[in-house]
Design a protein around this ligand. Structure first.
Ligand code: NAI
Length: 706
């Protein structure tokens, strides 16, 4: 044994046990998470060199010294400082070299995986001979690099298809999907997934035993599997599979917006799993991607997301019992989601029937998310129907989600203030009523906070935490911590009409309705928005949200905003008056079948009185449609920043990305303005304003974003 290699390094420690197993533990200094950076890889390289020079160790086990998990990936702080593709490629090649050394060690190498094993962490594990995962809910494996605008670079795009075959490997690489230990075992890229109590035994088994001679049947099955894996990566098969995969990818995203998965697929078609050409190509390819605007923006979005997460302080008073009043669309789903995330919840409404509907939806959510019967039962046990409102007396937080009527909300909060525990947080999910107005009836207005969820609750990651001048700081902190506890992203927003998300989203959606009134087909408007990168067109979105809800919110916003606010389009009023409320009634701007599938746009004559304009607009250029839609958003975003609705441009970007799906690859409205150049954009606004009127007049905040 080379004595030099045992002992303590800055980030690693090495111990040889009585069985002559070498335990190599990564415990990154100055961080609660193991992420791979250059010093860590340099040390690992030294360790591997030492082992390669000769060792008495029978096997090497790589494990984590952190409670947070194995390895969360490469440290992406490094990405921000790269100046050129060459520099990035050089860095990647160095990492590849280290992982190749690991792969080529003559002794068995085993990754002991518990918690996060993502990106570069999984690539390191893939370079080991075996991978043993602990079966617990924290164990998560995957290659999520495409979500940062890149693809795996330390051999992942080669080792994974070589191990489990092209189709399951590409499924993980192209989607960035993350799976648990059991799924990883089923897919074949971990050898065992075992409970904590048998983890050590499993590791020892792989470290000390030479593989047992398999039975005839087993060895025959293994051979078939290996043939299939080899076959799926064969040069004649690759183009055929790639066609299928390419089509699936195109269905989900545009290569112009998110090039990384398309490039990963192309690389695999060209080089397959032929090391070392494929490795070199992988490094060159990722070098180009890392410095692209898309990757830089996506990395910045990652940090913005982290900033939202970190805005919640862990020292805040934890909420154990939540009481929700109003079991409708929002209240019912908020209650269910909180129960899903482990809170005790009581749910109140005016009749058992109304609560019954919410309980049924909660059960559907539990089945979908939890799958296992005992977990479903445990979640449903945490959610209690409470028609009498007994939970009010015990709850640490009460969220009101009753109908959007000021007087009803005020009456309710008066009652709550007198009945609830003095320490209980009083929260409203109102989407349009200023906090100050509700608080006028309270003796302690500093207890009231807005916790504004978006619909559908289970899917939307952002929650706006609304504060008035009076809201107590500790109340805000508890509200933010509660939102984090249920795995959502809290964004602090000033109490002002539309708060942040709806304030920016509504003008954009209403511009879409104006375009419709002018005769532009709904499908073309939706396409123009999707071309910019929005996840769904504004017309389809309005139908989904509910045209009555859009109309109500817009009327409120128009009444309170300044002179360039949006006049309520007649077409919208007309449809609502006729009872065409969107998806929920089977007809809105589009019509839908029983299953909610979009069929076509409703006949224009049925909702517009401006039929005379149709012929003229049929000629409209799609880029101008995109401009009209996006400039309404950008202008409003600038106004929000000027008014201090949120504290910083970064938070505004995060709010728009996680609140309504502003294209992440563009980094958010403020990043987009910066990249495009505010002077160029202002000129475009001027042209639009001359053509379409003062709703395009540049907000005075543009001077500040210059
Ligand atoms: P909803 O109409 O679906 O549900 C409201 C529920 O409150 C009904 O079941 C009703 O019976 C119950 N309710 C009314 N008064 C009550 C009282 N005094 N005590 C107990 N229960 C009472 O309404 P929805 O859509 O769930 O909205 C609720 C709140 O959430 C509103 O303030 C709305 O502005 C806000 N919101 C709605 C969003 C949406 O997309 N629907 C999105 C974000 C916020």
């Amino acid at each position: 044994m080379n004595k030099m290699i045992t002992g303590k390094y800055d980030n690693w420690s090495l111990n040889l046990d009585e069985n002559n197993i070498l335990w190599c533990t990564l415990d990154r200094k100055d961080s609660s998470v193991n992420s791979l950076n250059q010093p860590i890889l340099r040390e690992f390289d030294q360790i591997l060199n030492g082992i390669a020079q000769g060792t008495q160790a029978k096997a090497l086990i790589i494990q984590s010294g952190k409670a947070s998990g194995f390895i969360a990936g490469a440290d992406i702080v490094q990405f921000k400082n790269l100046r050129s593709a060459e520099e990035a490629t050089k860095l990647i090649l160095k990492g590849q070299e280290v992982f190749n050394k690991l792969e080529n060690l003559s002794i068995p190498t085993i990754a002991a995986i518990s918690g996060f094993c993502l990106g570069g962490g999984l690539e390191l594990a893939l370079a080991c001979r075996y991978r043993i995962a602990e079966d617990n809910e924290k164990t998560k494996l995957g290659l999520p690099e495409v979500k940062l605008g890149i693809h795996p670079g330390w051999g992942g795009t080669i080792r994974l298809p070589a191990l489990i075959g092209a189709l399951p490997a590409m499924d993980l690489i192209l989607s960035g999907r993350i799976v648990n230990g059991k799924t990883a075992k089923k897919m074949g890229f971990v050898d065992e997934c075992v409970p904590k109590r048998t983890l050590y035994k499993a590791l020892m088994h792989y470290a000390l035993n030479t593989p047992i001679q398999a039975s005839c049947l087993n060895s025959w099955l293994t051979q078939i599997k290996q043939q299939w894996v080899r076959g799926s990566n064969h040069k004649y098969i690759r183009p055929l599979l790639a066609k299928l995969l390419y089509r699936q990818l195109e269905h989900k995203m545009k290569a112009a917006h998110y090039p990384a998965p398309f490039i990963a697929l192309r690389n695999w078609v060209e080089y397959g799993i032929n090391k070392p050409e494929a490795l070199l190509n992988e490094a060159n390819s990722i070098g180009q991607l890392i410095i692209s605007d898309t990757a830089q923006n996506l990395v910045s979005v990652f940090f913005k997301q982290e900033a939202l997460k970190n805005s919640a302080k862990s020292t805040a008073e934890p909420i154990k019992h939540l009481h929700v009043i109003g079991a409708g669309v929002m209240g019912g789903d908020i209650a269910a989601f909180a129960a899903l995330k482990g809170l005790q919840v009581t749910l109140q409404d005016q009749s058992p029937k109304l609560i019954g509907g919410a309980m049924k939806r909660a059960y559907d959510l539990a089945k979908k998310q939890l799958k296992e019967p005992h977990l479903i039962t445990a979640m449903m046990d945490r959610l209690t129907p409470d028609i009498e409102g007994k939970g009010i007396l015990k709850a640490d937080m009460i969220i009101e989600a009753i109908s959007e009527k000021l007087e009803a909300k005020q009456n309710l909060f008066k009652l709550l203030e007198s009945k609830a525990k003095p320490s209980a947080i009083l929260a409203t999910n109102t989407s349009t009523i200023p906090l100050e107005e509700i608080a006028t009836v309270l003796n302690q207005p500093n207890r009231l906070v807005g916790i504004h969820f978006f619909n559908p609750v289970a899917k939307m990651p952002l929650v706006e935490i609304i504060h008035s001048d009076k809201t107590h700081q500790a109340v805000l902190e508890t509200a933010s911590a509660f939102v984090r506890k249920i795995d959502k992203l809290p964004l602090r927003v000033k109490s002002a009409p539309g708060f942040l998300v709806n304030r920016i989203l509504l003008p954009y959606m209403m511009e879409a309705v104006v375009l419709l009134e002018e005769g532009v087909p709904a499908a073309l408007i939706d396409k123009a928005a999707c071309d910019f990168g929005m996840p769904m067109g504004p017309i389809e979105l309005a139908d989904k949200v509910g045209l009555d809800i859009c109309l109500h919110a817009l009327e409120k916003l128009t009444a309170t905003l300044g002179n360039n606010s949006t006049p309520v389009p007649e077409a919208l009023k007309h449809l609502v008056a006729q009872g065409y409320l969107g998806l929920k009634t089977g007809r809105g701007f589009y019509t839908y079948n029983q299953q909610g599938k979009k069929l076509k746009s409703a006949n224009l004559k049925s909702y517009t009185h401006k039929i005379d304009k149709i012929d003229k607009i049929a000629m409209t250029d799609i880029t101008e449609i995109t401009d009209r839609l996006t400039f309404r958003m950008l202008n409003e975003a600038v106004a929000c920043l000027r008014e201090g609705i949120v504290d910083s441009p970064e938070l505004l970007d995060a709010g728009c990305i996680f609140g309504f799906g502003f294209p992440p690859f563009r980094g958010g409205p403020m990043t987009y303005i910066k990249k495009e150049g505010h002077e160029k954009l202002l000129k475009q606004l001027e042209i639009l304003s001359a053509r379409y009127g003062n709703r395009f007049e540049a907000d005075k905040g543009w001077e500040q974003v210059a």
